[in-house]
Design a protein. Sequence first.
Length: 282
Amino acid sequence: MEILLAKRAGFCFGVKRATQMAFEAAEKEGETFTLGPIIHSPQVVQRLEGMGVKVLSDLEGIGNGTVIIRSHGVTSAELEDAVRRQLEVVDATCPFVKKAQEHVKRLSHDGYTVVVVGDADHPEVQGIVSYAEGPVHVVGSGEEAARLPNMKKVGVVAQTTQSFETLKNVVKECLLKGGEIRVFNTICDATAVRQDEAKALAREVDCMIVIGGFNSANTKRLAEVCSELQPRTYHIETAQELDASWFQGVERVGVTAGASTPKWLIDEVIERIQEFDNKKKG
Ligand code: F3S
């Protein structure tokens, strides 16, 4: 059985950086926390917990220690709260997310009504929005943007994982709403690149394995796009979930992983598939 691994499977730049920073912080002495899970990988969170890093939903009652800011960022109020409590802050916010936050701050400061293209419930968007000093709207589609009021000056930024198509549709509507418009394309292509590679792979193989947290939106989406092309697609978190029966009659198996999946989980999955294959050969 041939195992084909997607070139860009696993950690994106921002997640890799945040994870490294978290493990480095964990190795130092003293209490260490993250505000929410550092990344959407229960196995990474578990490893960090094993090293004493606690996951908190807020900083209530915390008076000392180190707080690590996750890759998709936190709100400005949460960051200020950490500083007020004199905690040591390890800011692992992905630089691309940080850029979006900075654009919102600047636009707002310069009198623009800010339109953020994204999912209002997503913590990254909540963080980005929190940097606005004036009016701000979150829209998830062109249709939603069409319902916005008229605005004199409009500044548009996007959640990093948005599709370019959605940003384009929102901008089109904003052009009809505002006299002056500034657009910052803050989309990061890591998600789109992973999806394109996964689709190409799914077309070539008899079975697809997608590895990543069940709580990871980008992994779930990867599994969805693969299933559309390859019905024998399985979304797993760890190698233990693999089942030998999935590989019956399979000559080529494709493996990909979400942007928050560590390399060690990918390696374990590949090893287990190889073991199944060796058993099959007898
Ligand atoms: Fe950053 Fe893009 Fe990853 S915004 S966290 S590099 S998906």
